[in-house]
Structure formats: structure tokens, C-alpha cells
Design a protein around this ligand. Structure first.
Ligand code: NAD
Length: 466
């Protein structure tokens, strides 16, 4: 495999000089070819997602396919404008120069993607990279093998390998790829592996976009429609069985509203995900991706309970089909792992609070979140929370939906990521912003050239202007 990787890398390195000259019409044609290949293989994509994650066709359509069609259409519609050199204002010292910002392709890019939204999170960055005029080598996740295989098929159908090539496999494939001096690396995955990627990239001074994970808190203010909040949180927590990077990881509820919230959450979960009173509906509720993740999640609950946490809801674990019924935990003692590591499963810890200051302090103690959600009808308090915390993105009175607007950047901050994706922001991440100044007319710069004798007046003038 390493030989093949090196061969394709060299092919792409040679081809990037041709590709960088491509105009908007040519890149749009490539995006349309990708769209056609996806459309042709839709049924296979749905089957693959069902096999990897037991995702229903409806959920796959909403969270993977339609999302990618939206991203494709947005790029196709706006690419000419994105590619256009942007005018930039003049400076007093160069009043006649023409200043422009060019978006040039980075060159040969590596995309490494995770298993949880294996189609969307591979195709999304690919669309941005193609729009920006790059060659791409892709490494989809080995933990969603059916989807990774159809992704590779689609890519082979739409592109030559000198332009885009997919390499399936596990860590050893990533490691072989990461040795190469790529012009940019776009990684989506865990914070721990993000550090491995950034370290490898630093050896070649390769730029990186890191879309990572972490714990995304949700704050429910006392002034709130609690039923709406509980329903939205239940959906955001349980879509893809909690295996969503921006799922509400844990929730702060005022101590006087905890019992009511639990009842409303339970009712919402039953309404959306249960077939009978006691039986989850596998047609709408996904499975945990593999036995290792299933075991990790079970241990998170067991450890919290051993340390004194209470299970207020759920706690049914079906090992044979890797299904974990939605869980609510309360009274979680400090030090329990469920409050330390990203949960990435259908377990919702509730942290009760007395005042917002205490909530803000607890959030700011942790690494900056990928998402932070606020439920409140008090706009002053909402603004106060936003101002006093940091997160990649935030929804007020909702969850997850900020990811669906391609006009907004999607990404984390420090521990939850570097750089952003979607729409123009994705295009920009795969481009180098090149400053270009066209000097013309009267050239005042001569005034600052040596010798400096007799030029005190120039210095005085510059000081005045500045
Ligand atoms: P992961 O980091 O284990 O794996 C991601 C990719 O990296 C896979 O392709 C994998 O093969 C590769 N990889 C694994 N170990 C590696 C190593 N040592 N060296 C090089 N490559 C390696 O993540 P995952 O389990 O696939 O996905 C879950 C994580 O991804 C969660 O933390 C989640 O929050 C995060 N995530 C983030 C986003 C986002 O947009 N910010 C989206 C989805 C998932």
C-alpha cells in the first residue's frame, strides 16, 4: 500500500500545476460529475450506512445525502464569486497601487475522515478541496467499511487518481500518508489523533484544518420552555445514537427543574424512538458502531454508578445488536469519566445548578467546546453566556442546526479544532490567500530608500500620516 500511496502522491504533485490553472467552469464541471456519481449510487450509500451504523434511510438522507447535495449546490452556485480576486483598499504610502487578494489552490491535500457520518464528513471537505482547485488523497475510516468502500467507488467513477484517490485502511495507512509533505491536511476525528496529525504535519510545515471533538455543554436557563428544550435535546443527543461530534454531551439544569426536565426528556424519547413502552424501535434508532465503542460506553455508565451516580432513565444494554437505550445520569461525582471524556453515545448526564455564574465557571474549566447550546427566553442572559464562554459554534434554543447553514463556518477552537469547513469557509481553508500588489503611477517608495541624509522630513511626514 505504501508504494501505491507514494506513486499516487508523485502523480498528484506533478498534476497540481495543471489543476491550479483551472477556471470556475472547469471546477464546476468536476463538482457536477461528483454529484452525478453520488446520485447514481444513492441506494448503495443508504445500504452502506444501514450496515455500518443501522442508520435509517430517512436519517441518512437528512444528515448525510441532502447535506452533501446542499454543499455541492452552494459551491456550484457561488464558486465564480469565491474565486474572483478580491479588491483591497490602498495605503497612503502606495496611493496608486492596485491591491488584490488571490485565492490560490494549496496543491495536494490529504483528507482523513471518521466513521460517525462517514459519507458527509468525507464528501464535505472533498467538495471544498475540489472547488479550491486541489488534488486530493482521501483516507476514509476503517470502522465504517461499507460506506468507505462506496465512497472509494464514487471517487474512482468521478475522478482520475492523479486528481482524487481514496485509500482505505486503518492507522498504518494514515501513518504512511502522514509521512508525505502534503500542501494541506484536513482531519476530522478525535482530539487525541488530531494531535498525532498536527505533529506529523509540523515536520513538513504542512498547514492543517482539524475538526475535532470534545464535550459540548448545554445550558438550560430557568426562563425557558422546558418541554421544547427537552425535545430538542433528546433529538440532538440521540440522532445517530449519540455518535455525533456536536451532540449535547451533558446538560446543566436548574436544581428546581431537574425532575420536570427528566420527565419531559423521557416523554420525548418515547415519542421519537420507542416502538412499545419498553422496546426501542431499531428502524429509527441507530446502533453503536462496534463492540469496542459499546464496551467503552457501558463502562462509562458502570463507573459513574459505582462512584455514586444515579441512573434516572434507561440502562438497558443489548450486546448482541450493539444497542444502548437512552440513559440519563444524575448526581455524578467529580472524577467520574463520563464528565471527563467525550461521551459520543446516548448517555445524558444532568448537572444541577443554582446560578449561571457557577455554570460558566464549570464550562470555562474545561477545554473549549466544539458546540455550546443555550436554552433561554431571556436574551440578556443569552448574550451574557455567549460573552463569557468560548465554543466553536452555538445554537440558542436549538441544537445541531448551526451545522446546516453553509453560510456559517463550522469548526472548533483550540482543543475542539483549528480552522473551519463548509461553503466559502471550506474553500478558504483549502486555498492560500495570496497578497498581490500591482505597483503603478507615481512611486513614492523611492523616498524611503537610502541614503537617508536630508530625509528627516520624510520621517516627520510619515509619523504625521500614521
Ligand atoms: P479517530 O480520531 O479515532 O479516527 C479518525 C480517523 O483517523 C480515521 O480515519 C482513523 O483511521 C484515523 N486514525 C486513527 N488513529 C490514528 C493514528 N494514530 N494516526 C493517524 N490516523 C489515525 O476518530 P473517530 O473515532 O473515527 O471519530 C470520532 C471522533 O471524531 C470524536 O471525537 C468526534 O467528536 C470527532 N468528530 C469531529 C467532527 C467535527 O466535525 N469536528 C465530526 C465527526 C467526528
Amino acid at each position: 500500500m505504501e508504494q501505491k500511496i507514494n506513486l499516487v502522491f508523485n502523480l498528484q504533485q506533478a498534476y497540481k500545476y495543471t489543476l491550479r490553472k483551472s477556471n470556475a467552469a472547469e471546477r464546476i464541471a468536476k463538482l457536477k460529475a461528483l454529484k452525478a456519481a453520488i446520485a447514481k449510487n444513492e441506494d448503495k450509500i443508504y445500504k452502506a450506512l444501514q450496515s455500518d451504523l443501522r442508520k435509517s434511510t430517512f436519517e441518512s438522507a437528512v444528515t448525510e445525502l441532502i447535506f452533501i447535495y446542499g454543499e455541492l449546490d452552494f459551491a456550484i452556485k457561488n464558486l465564480s464569486a469565491w474565486m474572483r480576486a478580491k479588491r483591497v483598499g490602498k495605503t497612503l504610502s502606495n496611493p496608486f497601487a492596485k491591491n488584490r487578494l488571490y485565492y490560490e489552490p494549496k496543491g495536494v491535500c490529504l483528507i482523513i475522515s471518521p466513521w460517525n457520518y462517514p459519507f458527509q464528513l468525507t464528501m464535505g471537505p472533498l467538495i471544498s478541496a475540489i472547488a479550491a482547485g486541489n488534488c486530493v488523497m482521501l483516507k476514509p475510516s476503517e470502522l465504517s467499511p461499507a460506506t468507505s468502500s462506496i465512497v472509494s467507488e464514487i471517487i474512482a467513477e468521478a475522478f482520475n487518481e492523479q486528481e482524487v484517490a481514496s485509500f482505505e485502511g486503518a492507522v498504518e495507512v494514515s501513518t504512511a500518508l502522514l509521512k508525505l509533505p502534503f500542501d494541506h491536511i484536513f482531519f476530522t476525528g478525535s482530539t487525541a489523533v488530531g494531535k498525532v496529525v498536527m505533529e506529523a504535519a509540523s515536520k513538513n510545515l504542512t498547514s492543517v484544518t482539524l475538526e475535532l471533538g470534545g464535550k459540548s455543554p448545554t445550558i438550560i436557563d430557568q426562563e425557558v420552555n422546558l418541554e421544547k428544550a427537552a425535545t430538542k435535546i433528546a433529538w440532538g443527543k440521540l440522532v445517530n445514537s449519540g455518535q455525533t461530534c456536536i451532540a449535547p454531551d451533558y446538560v446543566f439544569v436548574h436544581e428546581q427543574q431537574v425532575d420536570e426536565f427528566i420527565e419531559l426528556y423521557k416523554a420525548a424519547v418515547h415519542q421519537m424512538y420507542f416502538k412499545t413502552k419498553d422496546q426501542i424501535d431499531p428502524a429509527v434508532y441507530g446502533k453503536i458502531v462496534n463492540p469496542k465503542q459499546y464496551k467503552r460506553l457501558k463502562e462509562l455508565v458502570d463507573e459513574a454508578v459505582e462512584k455514586g451516580a444515579r441512573i434516572n432513565f434507561g440502562g438497558t444494554f443489548e450486546e448482541q445488536n450493539q444497542t444502548i437505550y437512552p440513559v440519563i445520569l444524575t448526581q455524578i461525582p467529580t472524577g467520574a469519566k463520563v464528565m471527563e471524556e467525550e461521551i459520543f453515545g446516548p448517555i445524558l448526564p444532568i448537572v444541577s445548578y443554582q446560578n449561571i455564574e457557577e455554570v460558566i465557571a464549570q464550562i470555562n474549566e474545561k477545554s473549549k467546546a466544539l458546540a455550546l447550546y443555550i436554552f433561554s427566553t431571556n436574551s440578556k442572559k443569552v448574550k451574557y453566556i455567549i460573552k463569557n464562554t468560548s465554543a466553536g459554534g452555538t445554537c440558542v434554543n436549538d441544537v445541531l442546526i448551526h451545522i446546516s447553514n453553509p453560510k456559517l463556518p463550522f469548526g472548533g477552537v483550540n482543543g475542539s479544532g483549528i480552522g473551519s469547513s463548509h461553503g466559502f469557509f471550506g474553500f478558504k481553508n483549502f486555498s492560500h490567500e495570496r497578497a498581490v500588489v500591482f505597483q503603478r503611477g507615481v512611486d513614492f517608495n523611492k523616498m524611503i530608500y537610502p541614503p537617508y541624509e536630508g530625509k528627516e522630513w520624510v520621517l516627520n511626514l510619515l509619523k504625521k500620516i500614521m
